[in-house]
Every structure is written in structure tokens, then in C-alpha cells.
Design a protein around this ligand. Structure first.
Ligand SMILES: Nc1ncnc2c1ncn2[C@@H]1O[C@H](COP(=O)(O)OP(=O)(O)OP(=O)(O)O)[C@@H](O)[C@H]1O
Length: 294
């Protein structure tokens, strides 16, 4: 019998949009496929697609465009088969499960990320989730491990840093805080779109994961307006406003790097900015609801 995927691996089809057909594409083995969705599409177009009667051997990789690239491991229990058989097996064996791509929101402090995300989560309740961070600080009264945070000791945290398990981490008041790749996958596997509000390093690191997120950059109309907004939010000291503005200059340059973001929204008018973000994510949300029978 032919099977695909490593033993015990759950393979599933992931709808990217309501009209995607979830078929797999069979291509010659190409390790550089593990990049962003956009690049994958480019590479796949360049590589050889196999016809139904082509023989599949273990040096052929199969790629489901609607799945995270990392899980695409061919495991052929019989040494050879045809592309047709492999496609059929895929259709028969794989479960249909929505594994939505995480949504990454970056941009200077005060650019409006939280405001936009709050609206999005309000409008589409149960469709989005935040990952649970790890920290070395002690739990406060009423906090539960795995709910507010994963509480771990410094040694474990540092080991995880060495193992490259974090997307982003920081040290603050003698404690570590970090977002692990696994925590993001957990949200994905619960069928929600994982929202990640990250800084420059976080964006860079996410590019090197198999999480395949969609990247959105929120830009203020100008530094002057950013300053006004930070001040009128009333949450920052003068020193903190200055630090944030200084960092904003670097972040705005980063936002302009070609290909870094799938979407750049200039947040001059909140209604306009929200409607652009909403439109961008709508297909994914609708596919998610459909997969839940909503
Ligand atoms: N388009 C807009 N017009 C006017 N004010 C806005 C607009 N968007 C956001 N604001 C206001 O600007 C302030 C900063 O917005 P917000 O807190 O959402 O920024 P942020 O990017 O999440 O910041 P941080 O990274 O520091 O959390 C808030 O007081 C918010 O109400």
C-alpha cells in the first residue's frame, strides 16, 4: 500500500481561499522550496511538474501549495509509483483541516497596530488568537502555566534559545520573555489565525521558519503625527516617546525593504486603514469559517 507523509504524521489540506482546490503539485526535489509562499509559487512554476503517468521515486518531492512546506515529506512505502497514484492517495488519505497562516503585524510603536488588531478580533471573534509566550518570571497570583504564559526557568529558556526555538525573545527586568515557534503552531492547529505583533528581528526570524505567515506593515502618515499619537495615548514618559521615535526611523526603513512585507498600510485614517487590512485577510477568514461549517 502506498502512504504519504512520515508514519504518524497527520497530513492535512489547507484552504488558502474559498475557491482553492487543495490539490498537490508534484515537483522534482527542491530543498529551497522552504521559503515564503510567494517564493514557493515562483519556484514551483520554474520546476518540473509531473504528469499523471510519470514514475515517482524517493527522489521526488511532493508539494501541497496550501500546506506548510515543512510537513511535506514524501514517505513512499512502496519503492515506485505513479504521480497519478500519489495524487489519488493524497486525496483519499489526507484530512481536511484548516491550518491558517499566521498574520504578522509590524510597525513603529504608536503606528496603530493594537487599534487595528482589536477591531479585527472584535469583528471576527474566534477566528484569531495570540500565541502564549514563555517567561522566566514567577507566576503571579491566579496565573496558570500554559494560560497567561509558559513559566520556565532560565536554564530551560537559554537552552531553547540555543535550539533556535524562539521567533523573538527579550530580557526585561532580569527575566526572559519569548515567543516560541511551537506556541504559534499550537494556535494554528487549534484552527485560528495566529496574530504576531513583532519587531524587526521577529520579522526576520519568521522569514526563516516554516510557519509561512503573511506580513503586514503599519506605517504612520509621518513622524510628526506618530509623535502626536504617542503623546496623546498618554502611556509614555518623555524619554520613552523619544526612544520610540528614534526606533521608528529604523523601523520605517525596514518596512521599505522590497519584498519584506506582503502589505504596507499607511494609517492616516483608521477607517481606511482597517478596511484595507480587513480586505487582505478576508479570504482566509472566510475559508476558516467554511471549514468549520459556519
Ligand atoms: N488613524 C488614526 N488616527 C488617529 N489616531 C490613531 C489612529 N490609529 C491609531 N491611533 C491612536 O494612536 C495611538 C497609538 O495606537 P496603538 O496603540 O494602536 O499603536 P501600536 O502600534 O499598537 O503601539 P505599540 O507598539 O506601542 O503597542 C492610540 O492612542 C490610538 O488610539
Amino acid at each position: 500500500m502506498l502512504s504519504i507523509g512520515t508514519p504518524n504524521e497527520k497530513l492535512y489540506k489547507r484552504p488558502l481561499s474559498s475557491n482553492s482546490n487543495n490539490s498537490i503539485q508534484l515537483v522534482k526535489k527542491q530543498t529551497s522550496l522552504i521559503t515564503s509562499t510567494k517564493n514557493n509559487l515562483n519556484l514551483i512554476q520554474k520546476s518540473t511538474s509531473l504528469n499523471d503517468d510519470d514514475q515517482i521515486t524517493n527522489d521526488v518531492n511532493f508539494v501541497n501549495l496550501f500546506h506548510q512546506p515543512s510537513s511535506i515529506k514524501p514517505f513512499l512505502s512502496s519503492p515506485t509509483t505513479t504521480a497519478y497514484n500519489l495524487r489519488q492517495t493524497w486525496n483519499n488519505q489526507c484530512q481536511f483541516l484548516a491550518v491558517p497562516a499566521p498574520l504578522v503585524i509590524a510597525g513603529p510603536s504608536g503606528s496603530g497596530k493594537s487599534t487595528l488588531l482589536k477591531r479585527l478580533m472584535n469583528e471576527f471573534q474566534d477566528c484569531f488568537g495570540f500565541s502564549i509566550s514563555h517567561t522566566t518570571r514567577k507566576p503571579r497570583n491566579g496565573e496558570q502555566n500554559g494560560r497567561e504564559y509558559y513559566f520556565i526557568d532560565s536554564e530551560t529558556f537559554e537552552k531553547s534559545i540555543q535550539n533556535d526555538e524562539f521567533i523573538e525573545y527579550t530580557r526585561f527586568s532580569n527575566n526572559y520573555y519569548g515567543t516560541s515557534k511551537k506556541a504559534v503552531k499550537d494556535v494554528q492547529n487549534s484552527g485560528k489565525i495566529c496574530i504576531l505583533d513583532v519587531e524587526i528581528d521577529g520579522v526576520r526570524n519568521l522569514k526563516n521558519t516554516d510557519l509561512n505567515p503573511r506580513f503586514v506593515f503599519i506605517k504612520p502618515p509621518s513622524l510628526e503625527i506618530l509623535e502626536q499619537r504617542l503623546r496623546s495615548r498618554g502611556t509614555e514618559t518623555e524619554e520613552s516617546v523619544q526612544q520610540r521615535l528614534q526606533r521608528a526611523i529604523e523601523e520605517l526603513k525596514f518596512g521599505e525593504i522590497e519584498g519584506m512585507f506582503d502589505l504596507i498600510i499607511t494609517n492616516d485614517d483608521i477607517e481606511k486603514a482597517y478596511s484595507i487590512l480587513r480586505q487582505f485577510i478576508l479570504n482566509e477568514v472566510e475559508a476558516l469559517k467554511k471549514s468549520r461549517g459556519m
